[in-house]
Design a protein around this ligand. Structure first.
Ligand code: ATP
Length: 368
């Protein structure tokens, strides 16, 4: 079993700083959850409270139904791996991984079996007799992970374990951690500030900002239906465009005014506009379609920048009231700087947020 329940958990440091504010969430058995958010949002504090390395200021944490607030780290059946590998330099890879088992006085043949299995699973069997200093960063991190995994704890906590690695090793280990976690049916909590990592690896993602949980959901839910403007802007690369908009009545019809240009519900592929008067429209760059300048029902602007980003080119247009980024295909490659163009938005891909609360609004909801 490996169920973790956090109920209204707070971390208030001695200087009064509130690093985690009223966090409630449940990790199901065998689930891989990423805690995603910018630096300083309270990810590590959360992880350390679960591990027992940091006191819980308020609220309760339960592991497999048992309150652990007062339990020492060693009594919580939790394993943790950190960003820094923290390996013993004088021990071989094998002995580093075997260490937690030796502390528990397991028989030699059992140690050999368990360490061997973990080394095979993480692709480090060939390094068993080497010392950490002679390994690449990736192999050192695999050894650190293996040492945490070999403890067969019910909960596996991973704190930015991929951040120090180069892009190739990071991508490879990302898949392998996920594979091992699934095969061993581990419950894992993975802290990262990298939204791509979180999207790629997780069953669910908990997005945090400023000590508060913003949204918890599957990668698809977080990406396709961000709960607020923070999540919308933090998840997805290139970032979602956001445009301030106001609902107005013109010619007896509801229109959305965006920097002096109007779009109707129909132009946005909607039956009705949201009820809120002041709102923010969000659209991902891949859902912006280039149209001929002057076409009705579009937003007009001028080509502002081009950026070649490997598999695609990102262009932005100046709408007068702000810039709008979009991915350009074949047709866009013939565009010139400052050329007048128009854009429309893919139906059903437009997001709306309340301008006051930043919360997501369902399009077409309400009397509008
Ligand atoms: P990072 O990715 O930079 O590690 P994080 O999201 O993991 O960020 P935490 O390490 O949990 O964030 O820190 C949250 C906030 O609490 C930060 O502003 C940090 O400066 C503050 N903080 C952490 N430890 C202490 C402490 N012992 N005393 C006071 N404030 C602290």
């Amino acid at each position: 079993m490996g169920v973790v329940e956090l109920e209204n958990v707070w971390k208030i440091y001695d200087n009064g700083f509130e690093a985690v504010k009223g966090l409630s969430a449940t990790l199901q058995d065998g689930e891989f959850i990423s805690v995603l958010g910018p630096s300083g949002c309270g990810k590590t504090s959360t992880l350390r409270m679960i591990a027992g390395l940091e006191e819980i200021s308020r609220g309760e944490i339960r592991i497999d139904g048992i309150r652990v607030n007062e339990l020492l780290p060693g009594d919580r059946n939790v394993a943790m791996a950190f960003e820094s590998y923290a390996l013993y330099p004088h021990l071989t890879v094998f002995e580093n991984i075997a260490y937690p088992l030796r502390v528990r006085h397991l028989p030699e043949v059992e140690i050999e079996r368990q360490v061997g299995a973990i080394c095979d699973a993480l692709g480090i069997a060939a390094y068993r007799s080497l010392r950490p200093a002679s390994l690449s960063g990736g192999a050192q991190q695999r050894t650190g992970l293996a040492r945490a995994l070999v403890r067969s704890a019910s909960i596996f906590l991973l704190d930015e374990v991929l951040s120090h690695l180069d892009a190739g090793e990071r991508a490879m280990l990302r898949g392998e951690i996920r594979r091992v976690q699934k095969l061993m049916r581990l419950t894992a909590l993975f802290v990262t500030h990298d939204q791509l990592e979180a999207l790629a690896m997780s069953d669910r993602i908990a997005v945090m900002n400023d000590g508060e949980l913003q949204q918890i959901g599957t990668p698809e839910e977080i990406y396709d239906a961000p709960a607020n403007l923070f999540v919308a802007g933090f998840v997805g690369e290139p970032a979602m465009n956001t445009l301030r908009a106001e609902r107005v009545q013109e010619g007896g019809r509801d229109q959305l005014r965006i920097g002096g240009q109007n779009l109707s519900a129909r132009d946005l592929g909607l039956r009705a506009l949201p009820a809120a008067r002041e709102l923010t429209l969000g659209i991902r760059p891949k859902n912006v379609t280039l149209r001929p300048a002057g076409e009705p029902g579009t937003l007009a602007g001028r080509v502002h920048t081009f950026e070649m980003l490997g598999d695609f080119t990102l262009a932005s247009i100046d709408l007068g009231s702000g810039h709008l980024a979009f991915k350009i295909g074949e047709a866009g490659l013939r565009l010139a700087l400052d050329e007048p163009v128009a854009v429309s938005f893919e139906p059903e891909k437009v997001h709306f947020f309340d301008a006051e609360t930043s919360l997501r609004i369902r399009p077409g909801a309400g009397p509008g």
